[in-house]
Design a protein around this ligand. Structure first.
Ligand code: PLP
Length: 384
C-alpha cells in the first residue's frame, strides 16, 4: 500500500516508536501515580519525562502545563469548554476543522456565545481581519495553524501579537503543524496549544496534548473530574496543573510511544521533515499545472505549506470515486471528501463532494508520488 493519508494519522511510525511501545507494554504498563511500587513509579516517570520533552520541544513555561489528551479534538474541547463563559464573543475562521467549529457552533446555537467566522483568502487568514473582528467582549480567538484541507500555514505569529494586545486568549489548533512547523511558545504568545500525538509527532492513536499558558490560570473549569493518583482526600479536583485537567488513568502506553516520536522529530528538526513533504507535493503541483483538467485548491507556496494538498477532481469524476479506485486498483490510500472542514469547502465551491487530499509523510518517496500521478493520469484518460 502507498499510504498518502498522513494528515489523518501518520503511518508507518518511526522504528523507535514501535520499540518504545513494545518495551513499555512488556515492562512498565502499570497505573502511574496510583501506587508506590516500582512499576507505578516507572509509569509516572514516563509521563513526567514526556511532559518535559514537550516543554522543551515547544519551549513552554513549565512541564506541568502540558495536559495529555486523547487526541486533538479532546484538547480543543477541553480548552473551549473549560474557558468560555456565558456572554463571551469568540473569533474563529472558515478554515477550521469540526473539532473547533462544532463546539463553537453548538455554544452559539445554545445562546451561550456570539461567534464571528473570519473568511480566509486563497487558504490564508489575514491578521488584519482578525484584528477587525475582535471586540471588547472577545474572550477567545481560535485558529488552525495549518489548514488540513489546503495545507496552508497561517501567520500565527502576527495574529498572536494582535490577540495579546487584547484581553482575549489565543487558542491554536496545531493538528497539522506540530512536528513539521517550528512552534516556539517563548517567541509566539499562544495561550492554548492543542495537537494530536498521532500525526506528525508519530505517537500512536489515542494521544494528544493541550498546553495551558499562564494567562489561563484561574480561568479553567475542569470537565473530566476523577482520580488523579495524588491527594485522594480532597473532595474536588485538585487545583494544581496538570491534575486540574487530567482525571482517570492516562494513556501512559501511548505517551511512551509519543515520547519516542518527539525524540525522533527533534533529532531531524521539523523544518527538514516539512521540506521533504513539500518537495514531494511539488511533483504533484507541477503535474497538475501541466494537465488540462486537474487543479490545486488554494494558493500553492512551498514556503508556507505543510504536507497536505487538495486536488479538485475533473468532472465527471468525484473525489469519492477516485478514492475508491485508487484504493481498489492501485493500492494507494488518500482521503476524499470534506475532511471534517465544511466551511472552507463551501468557500472553495467544492461542497458537498469535497476534494481529493493527499498527504505524504517522512517515509514517502518520489517513486510513491510518481505512482500516484501515473494512477490519476490513467484514471482520467479512461473516464473522460
Ligand atoms: C486541523 C485539524 N484539527 C483537529 C483535528 C482533530 O484531530 P484528532 O483526530 O486528533 O482529534 C484534525 C484531524 O485531522 C485536524 O486536521
Amino acid at each position: 500500500m502507498i499510504y498518502l493519508d498522513n494528515a489523518a494519522t501518520s503511518f508507518p511510525k518511526p522504528e523507535p516508536v514501535y520499540q518504545a511501545l513494545d518495551r513499555f507494554a512488556r515492562t512498565s504498563l502499570a497505573n502511574p501515580g496510583r501506587a508506590g511500587h516500582r512499576m507505578a513509579v516507572a509509569a509516572e516517570r514516563t509521563l513526567d519525562a514526556a511532559r518535559h520533552a514537550l516543554n522543551q520541544f515547544f519551549h513552554g513555561e513549565a512541564p506541568e502545563r502540558w495536559i495529555f489528551t486523547l487526541n486533538c479534538t479532546d484538547g480543543l474541547n477541553l480548552a473551549i469548554k473549560g474557558i468560555i463563559q456565558a456572554g463571551d464573543h469568540v473569533v474563529t475562521t472558515d478554515l477550521e476543522h469540526n473539532s473547533i467549529s462544532r463546539p463553537l457552533q453548538a455554544l452559539e446555537k445554545a445562546g451561550v456565545i456570539s461567534l464571528t467566522r473570519v473568511a480566509s483568502v486563497d487558504g490564508y487568514v489575514d491578521p488584519g481581519a482578525i484584528r477587525a473582528a475582535i471586540t471588547s467582549k472577545t474572550s477567545l480567538v481560535a485558529l488552525t495553524h495549518a489548514s488540513n484541507v489546503l495545507g496552508t500555514v497561517q501567520p500565527i505569529e502576527a495574529i498572536a501579537s494582535i490577540v495579546r494586545e487584547t484581553a482575549a486568549l489565543f487558542l491554536v489548533d496545531a493538528a497539522q503543524s506540530a512536528g513539521v512547523v517550528p512552534i516556539d511558545l517563548r517567541a509566539t504568545p499562544i495561550d492554548l496549544l492543542a495537537f494530536p500525538g498521532h500525526k506528525a509527532l508519530y505517537g500512536p492513536t489515542g494521544t494528544g496534548a493541550l498546553y495551558v499558558g499562564p494567562r489561563t490560570d484561574g480561568k479553567f473549569r475542569p470537565w473530566r473530574e476523577g482520580g488523579t493518583g495524588g491527594d485522594s482526600s480532597s473532595a474536588t479536583q485538585p487545583i494544581q496543573l496538570p491534575y486540574l485537567l487530567e482525571g482517570g488513568t492516562p494513556n501512559v502506553l501511548g505517551v511512551a510511544g509519543l515520547a519516542a516520536g518527539i525524540a525522533w522529530v527533534a533529532e531531524r528538526g521539523p523544518e527538514s521533515l516539512r521540506r521533504h513533504e513539500v518537495e514531494l507535493l511539488q511533483q504533484v503541483v507541477d503535474w497538475a499545472e501541466d494537465s488540462d483538467c486537474w487543479r490545486v485548491a488554494g494558493r500553492w507556496d512551498p514556503e508556507t505549506h505543510v504536507g497536505a494538498l487538495s486536488l479538485l477532481a475533473p468532472e465527471p469524476l468525484t473525489p469519492q470515486d477516485l478514492g475508491g479506485i485508487l484504493d481498489a486498483s492501485f493500492e494507494i490510500a488518500i482521503r476524499p471528501g470534506l475532511h471534517c472542514a465544511p466551511y472552507i469547502h463551501r468557500a472553495l465551491g467544492s461542497f458537498p463532494d469535497g476534494t481529493l487530499r493527499l498527504s505524504p509523510g517522512p517515509f514517502t518517496t518520489p517513486d510513491d508520488i510518481k505512482a500516484f500521478i501515473t494512477a490519476l493520469t490513467e484514471i482520467t484518460a479512461e473516464t473522460r
